[in-house]
Design a protein around this ligand. Structure first.
Ligand code: OSB
Ligand code: MG
Length: 377
């Protein structure tokens, strides 16, 4: 079945998180969320969420750069053309545009959703998913003191989360992790995420984390530091997981070749979309390397895409897939995402499995623009 996108609508939505979320590289509260609605001439449409942030703290891309990239360079390559499959859109964009992975991913993932809806199959099935539920972990932001963090971690375990991830930063590391491990006991799966806060000079400090039986240490060094991560992995016991470093299948292959870590956090929106996410998943599986699905404080639209991807077989560790009510007073989709005893159900209805609440979306929309095939011919 051919894919022929003819119209792309961008909706920028403002949605305030229930509380600020702090990581080592910055804080997020008032989210600006860029949504892509891709339609074909038959009137079918697919949705996706761009995971670029408001500021270039996590990655060089932002909501503003993504909008420019989509309007000027990506939409003209996609609208009015025919593609055999969504992966052809990935190939076209990858061959023509350097960088802008998050902007490219938003359009590619909307094409996957459009393809799933057109064929009346669940997105998870189209992607090759094999599970009906996905285990969920929580990512806890930086807190002022270890006791507050330990209380939040305790509450998360009581809610049913299958893994607790703590954000760490310079000066908010060892004592914080120790307090949480002591409070939770040894049976809870615990991990930490530094978002690139450290350098090789911190190796002695990072080795102290080996005492806490962590499932993994996520992104201790900067995104470009694949070689330095490999050196670090040789001298610490804790498995390194890479997030920011893995911008596509090429970087995943480099990680495997260099030994820069043992686990990959796959966020489809970071790696250029589902085609790349699946390639990384397959490569990791070939090397016996577990992967899991991270989050980017998405609305229920981005979450739907993450849940669909996380249903693939080598997603062996719980994902950062908290339910809607953890982040939002009201989500942009119906039904909202829920978690039952630490698992999220993979939708079985067509497409991403949830519907955009168009009335609420309109109420939250700051600006929209539409690009049609004719505009770019
Ligand atoms: O590093 O995984 C990260 C949020 C924003 C930017 C980067 C990260 C995160 C999270 C939150 O950890 C995950 C979520 O619950 O969406
Ligand atoms: Mg991370």
């Amino acid at each position: 079945m051919m894919l022929k996108p003819s119209r792309l609508a961008l909706h920028e939505v403002r949605l305030r998180l229930k509380e600020p979320f702090r990581i080592s590289s910055g804080e997020s509260w008032e989210r600006r969320i860029l949504l892509v609605e891709l339609s074909d001439a038959d009137g079918a449409s697919g949705w996706a969420e761009c995971v670029a942030g408001e500021t270039p703290h996590y990655s060089p891309e932002t909501v503003d750069t993504a909008r420019i990239a989509i309007e000027r360079w990506i939409a003209p390559l996609v609208l009015g053309r025919s593609f055999q499959a969504p992966s052809d859109i990935y190939d076209t964009l990858a061959a023509t545009i350097r960088g802008h992975h998050m902007a490219r991913a938003a359009v590619e993932m909307a094409a996957w959703e459009l393809a799933a809806r057109s064929r009346s199959v669940p997105l998870a099935q189209l992607l090759g998913g094999s599970r009906s539920t996905v285990e969920t972990g929580i990512s806890l932001g930086l807190q002022a003191d270890p006791e507050t963090l330990a209380d939040l971690a305790t509450a998360a375990v009581e809610e049913g989360y299958r893994r607790v991830k703590l954000k760490i930063a310079r000066g908010r590391d060892i004592a914080f992790v120790e307090a949480v491990r002591t409070t939770l006991g040894d049976d809870v799966a615990l991990s930490v995420d530094a978002n690139g806060a450290y350098t090789p000079n911190d190796t002695a400090l990072l080795r102290l984390l080996d005492a806490f039986a962590l499932v993994m240490l996520e992104q201790p060094l900067a995104a470009g530091d694949l070689v330095r991560h490999a050196v670090l992995q040789r001298v610490i016991d804790t498995s390194i997981c890479l997030d920011e470093s893995i911008t596509g299948p090429d970087r995943a292959a480099d990680m495997v070749a260099l030994g820069s870590g043992r686990v990959i956090n796959i966020k489809p929106g970071r790696v250029g979309g589902f085609t790349a996410a699946r390639a990384i998943h397959d490569l990791a599986a070939e090397h016996g390397m577990p992967v899991w699905c991270g989050g980017m404080l998405e609305s229920g639209i981005g979450r739907a895409h993450n849940v669909a991807l996380a249903s693939l077989p080598n997603f062996l560790l719980p994902g950062d897939l908290s339910p809607s009510r953890r982040y939002w007073e009201r989500d942009l989709v119906t039904p909202e995402w829920t978690m039952d005893r630490g698992v999220v159900a993979v939708p079985t209805s067509s497409g991403m499995g949830v519907d955009v609440d168009t009335e609420f979306l309109a109420a939250c929309t700051e600006s929209s623009s539409v690009i049609e095939a004719g505009d770019v011919a």
